[in-house]
Ligand binder design. Structure first.
Ligand SMILES: C[S@@+](CC[C@H](N)C(=O)[O-])C[C@H]1O[C@@H](n2cnc3c(N)ncnc32)[C@H](O)[C@@H]1O
Length: 272
């Protein structure tokens, strides 16, 4: 099979993640990095899959709570059951819905536009989400998401690619969502705070090869929800990614939990 035209020399975060999920939209360099990672961190495939299934459950739960607009920050390459497909399958035709996928990666943007923009209420925007002013002022974002209505901010497996004050970044999006909404977060836990001999290598390999990767403690991950701003975690709170409202067919984390936490917060309308 010939290689696609874009990218290919260096592994990319979305390409490696796609490979770990068993997707087909990655390059040889992504595959090589992912295969090496699996040798060093045997549960990394399970982590990627657990995160993606958490994301689907969280989106379903958000829709069941009445939320119809989603800003998916660091959305990654299209995968099975993307956010707009879940939303579209659950929301009635007459409801106003909107999903914007935001990712800085050019391959994600090209694939996303081709495969995800199936209706006028679904758009893919190529932007760096660490610049919330630019994302929130983006013409396409504004055209799809009505910030006078509640919006769900999705940060699934992305904030560990943000160093420094990631809580401040989330706060900027929360404050701009004046009509209230929900925030979905999943995040890798710091190696020295979990019982997993290999997780340290996950962080160090991403740092060495891609210059990014910041696992955090449970307290630091909890801070990302900005509860001081009034965000209230829905049950079961911040828990292991496999234990967040597992479907009846899923087992949950058991006694060897993955070093990966997840939760959903609800925040209210902000006046003034
Ligand atoms: C591990 S993937 C997660 C994809 C998806 N959120 C999920 O959970 O299935 C991380 C994604 O975040 C994107 N990303 C990382 N940092 C970003 C940034 N500063 N701005 C926009 N996208 C970013 C990467 O390009 C990649 O597609």
């Amino acid at each position: 099979m010939s290689e696609p035209l874009l990218g290919g020399q260096q592994p990319s975060v979305p390409g490696v993640y796609d490979c770990l999920l068993g997707g087909k939209d990655h390059f040889a360099a992504d595959r090589a990095f992912a295969e090496d990672l699996v040798q060093r961190v045997p549960r990394v495939v399970q982590m990627a899959q657990a995160n993606r299934t958490f994301l689907r459950r969280a989106v379903r739960h958000a829709v069941s709570l009445g939320f119809h607009q989603f800003l998916d920050l660091g959305s990654g390459l299209p995968s099975g059951q993307n956010v707009h497909e879940i939303v579209g399958g659950m929301v009635g035709q007459r409801e106003r819905v909107g999903v914007v996928y935001v990712d800085r990666d050019p391959v994600v943007a090209v694939h996303g536009r081709a495969y995800l923009e199936t209706s006028e209420w679904v758009r893919v925007v190529q932007r760096d989400f660490t610049d919330p002013e630019a994302v929130l002022a983006d013409h396409t974002v504004r055209g799809v998401v009505d910030f006078d209505q509640p919006v769900v901010l999705v940060f699934a497996s992305v904030l560990h690619f943000v160093g420094g004050c990631a809580a401040g970044l989330v706060r900027a999006y929360l404050e701009a969502s004046r009509a209230g909404g929900a925030v979905i977060i999943s995040h890798v836990q710091r190696p020295d705070t979990v019982d997993d001999d290999h997780i340290g290598e996950l962080e160090s390999r991403y740092q060495e090869v891609m210059g990014t990767g910041t696992a955090r403690t449970r307290t630091e991950i909890l801070d990302l929800f900005n509860c001081a701003l009034g965000t209230r975690l829905v049950e079961p709170g911040l828990v292991n990614v496999e234990d967040w409202r597992p479907d009846r067919t899923e087992d949950g984390a058991g006694d060897n939990p993955l070093p990966f936490l997840a939760g959903m917060g609800i925040f209210g309308r902000r006046d003034g």
